[in-house]
Design a protein around this ligand. Structure first.
Ligand code: UT7
Length: 330
């Protein structure tokens, strides 16, 4: 039976590090508030003119190198982002060009924080059916340019950072890789966390007045998002375990989307597992949306925290609302 597994991985964050104190110098917040409410200490902001497809290039090169492959070996690109460089076309085609891939297919996935797990699920289907052998799966975001870095935007803007993570998803006949994926959405909560503009339902899609009124910034009902996240994460992790007849006892590690350390700790508490089993690197990067899981996975592997044969779960929750999980045998 053909399965898909992650044969290469890598990440890249922009050079510029932004500390909590730097944010506190331009808005009414503090290092103490941000650390205690979110766990975040620093995040990275892209340079002017740098888009997610640019951040994706070094991350993808590292993933290809790790897999021992070249651009010629890749059959398809899946690019998870909700902040593509242009409104259209998507970031996948830009990456195809910037990396010098052949004229292979490139698909964008706009599923916000769940984008990488949704993308892994799509890659898995293409590989299991024998359509492709090697797929480049990227999660990358430049969110800093959309943030309202004033007192009014503080609840949202202290959370988010920029970055890119990449994985090569390859075919194998071995007993390893993606075991199952579980995808969900609930659009009735779309307005609880969204970037409403530009909107094609408006003419023009965005106006000078919209910008004057600050309607071009992302908006979030933080408490409502938090409340759903702490329910959906454990639920979708249990779904992945139950679908395969295993329990948390069989798991080596959970690599969740990095939203807030308090969410991560609450997930561990509700699953009755030690907090160290739920990986966190939010202190360094903040919430990088679709990039957070592949960045976290790269760090888990660099730190040698998982070995071949270990079961791990990737899990995400975010805007949409969307949530998703994947059980992998490493
Ligand atoms: O990938 C999914 C993306 N989003 C999320 O996962 C976000 C989920 N939500 C959260 O992480 C949390 O709700 C937040 C971190 C956004 C907020 O934490 P909270 O503990 O829910 O705080 P709160 O909204 O209850 O606000 C507490 C206080 C308020 O002041 P008052 O009303 O008590 O006077 C806020 O105005 O903290 C104030 N506040 C801030 N103070 C300093 C809100 N943002 C800030 C800030 N700095 N940045």
């Amino acid at each position: 039976m053909t399965r898909s597994y992650i044969s290469g991985w890598g990440f890249h964050v922009p050079e510029k590090v932004v500390t909590n104190d730097e944010l506190a110098a331009i808005m009414d917040t503090s290092d103490e508030w941000i650390r205690s409410r979110t766990g975040i200490q620093t995040r990275h902001f892209a340079a002017p003119g740098e888009g997610p497809s640019d951040l994706a290039v070094p991350a993808s090169k590292r993933a290809l190198q790790r897999a021992g492959l070249t651009v010629k070996d890749i059959d398809f690109i899946i690019f998870a982002t909700f902040t593509s460089d242009y409104y259209a076309p998507g970031a996948g085609v830009l990456l195809q060009h910037k990396m010098g891939f052949g004229n292979i297919g490139a698909m964008d996935i706009k599923m916000q924080c769940s984008g990488f797990v949704y993308g892994l699920s799509v890659a898995d289907q293409f590989i299991r059916t024998g359509t492709y052998k090697h797929i480049l799966l990227v999660g990358a975001e430049v969110q800093s340019t959309a943030l309202n870095l004033t007192d009014e935007g503080r609840e949202v803007s202290v959370l988010f950072g920029d970055g890119a993570g990449a994985a090569v998803v390859s075919a194998t006949e071995e007993d390893r890789g993606v075991i199952s994926t579980h995808l969900h959405s609930q659009g009735e909560f779309a307005k609880e966390l969204c970037a409403p503009l530009p909107s094609t339902a408006k003419q023009p899609w965005i106006s000078a007045e919209d910008i004057e009124q600050g309607r071009h910034h992302p908006i979030m009902n933080g408490r409502e998002v938090f409340r759903h996240a702490v329910n959906r994460f454990p639920e979708v992790i249990r779904e992945a375990l139950e679908a395969n007849g295993i329990t948390t006892q069989d798991l080596k590690m959970i690599i969740p989307h990095q939203a807030n350390i308090r969410i991560t700790l609450e997930v561990a508490r509700r699953l009755k597992i030690p907090p160290e089993m739920v990986f966190s690197n939010i202190h360094k990067y903040g919430n990088t949306t679709a990039a957070s899981i592949p960045i976290a996975l790269s760090e888990v592997l660099a730190e040698g925290l998982i070995e071949q044969g270990d079961y791990i779960v990737l899990a995400a929750f975010g805007a949409g609302f969307t949530w998703a999980s994947a059980l992998l045998k490493w």
